[in-house]
Write a protein that binds this ligand. Sequence first.
Ligand code: CTP
Ligand code: A1H0Z
Length: 422
Amino acid sequence: MEAGPPGSSRPTELGPCLSGQRGADQAASASLQSAARAQLGRHPLAVAAVLPAGGCGERMGVPTPKQFCPILERPLISYTLQALERVFWIKDIVVVVTGENMEVMKSIIQKYQHKRISLVEAGVTRHRSIFNGLKALAEDQLNCKLSKPEIVIIHDAVRPFVEEDILLKVVTAAKEHGAAGAIRPLVSTVISPSADGCLDHSLERARHRASEMPQAFLFDVIYEAYQQCSDYDLEFGTECLQLALKYCCTKAKLVEGSPDLWKVTYKRDLYAAESIVKERISQEVCVITDTKEDNKHVSHLLEEVLKSELNHVKVTSEALCHAGRDLQQIILDQCYNFVCVNVMTSDLQETQKLLSILEESHLSILYPVVVVSVHFLDFKLVPPSQKMENLMQIREFAKEVKKRNIWLCGLLISYPQACEVS
Ligand SMILES: Nc1ccn([C@@H]2O[C@H](COP(=O)(O)OP(=O)(O)OP(=O)(O)O)[C@@H](O)[C@H]2O)c(=O)n1
Ligand SMILES: O=P(O)(O)OC[C@@H](O)[C@@H](O)[C@@H](O)CO
């Protein structure tokens, strides 16, 4: 489906979403969903989200608008979309992008299989972009699948680390108060300069807070506020909560958020975001083996060593022959790191089987999957050079699977048969 004509607010819905990827999230979200039902009332509220993503990222200092800058070779905005997609009670996600970035956005949705996304054209300021997103939800257009929600979440597309619990808190608070927004303690003290560039006064830091996102509103409140909004506010304003207060006399409920709600603004924020993503996907390692006794023995030893070396990481062992059952569950639980154990063989059959399973699972669409093909060989029995030929195949393999975001490497370990590995 094409996006609406330039400048229109007619949205477009694009792209199916990952099924497997969401398995673990469904389990995790189930408890929150029941909490949501309890807090949002017996008849689940119609909740939609508007993600302003029409900026140029001037402070980032790079040609690419920061929402499209890569984190682990995947655009930043895709992480935010994934975070919102994990929340099953958000029925529509309206992404507001400039006309020139519409095609880029559509390709991101297609490549990462995002779902429930509608695209709307941005305005020249953030408030105008948000207003365009709200119009798309307000205008009951016969040919579009969007309908006016009771509650609308507004969340900057460059705040990727948003969790379901803060979304539920601001939506629940907005249902009661008409508006709600996440806040964080100030890190620096706010001061007010005088005309001559000297300190006029400073604000008491403990009595003030930083306004973050997500924010949530009764749709009619925030839509009315934007319709009443002055051009000055649309041009220079930075705070949606203030619009609800100024134009609808609605005092937003302030909700303490987690430290992860920060906005990617400067280049350093991209590096920080990438290290957070890396840390999150490095929480589990799965040692894969076949059922040969030797392999099972070595993989068990390897598992114990990894557990002791990576004591904060969950290490599991699985036999590849149970792939249909156990490995799929491990994949659903979002393990992205695999060690494939091969004892006394340099052939890659087991590793190839694992790679096929991983490719079929689409696990690597959203995050890179790391596979280490470990080969324990007795160099006295067979000279390494002969075995190295086989293992050199792994380089060709690695080039091939890298195209599907699977990072494969090989490890050759001397494993003298004479001694028992204790
Ligand atoms: N005309 C605009 C300007 C900003 N935004 C979006 O509003 C969010 C927060 O704004 P900000 O961090 O200021 O983004 P930029 O305006 O892109 O950054 P800069 O001010 O450094 O140019 C971002 O997701 C940005 O894409 C938008 O939708 N439309
Ligand atoms: O001013 P910026 O466009 O960088 O940021 C916009 C908002 O994210 C920012 O004003 C928050 O404090 C929430 O309102």
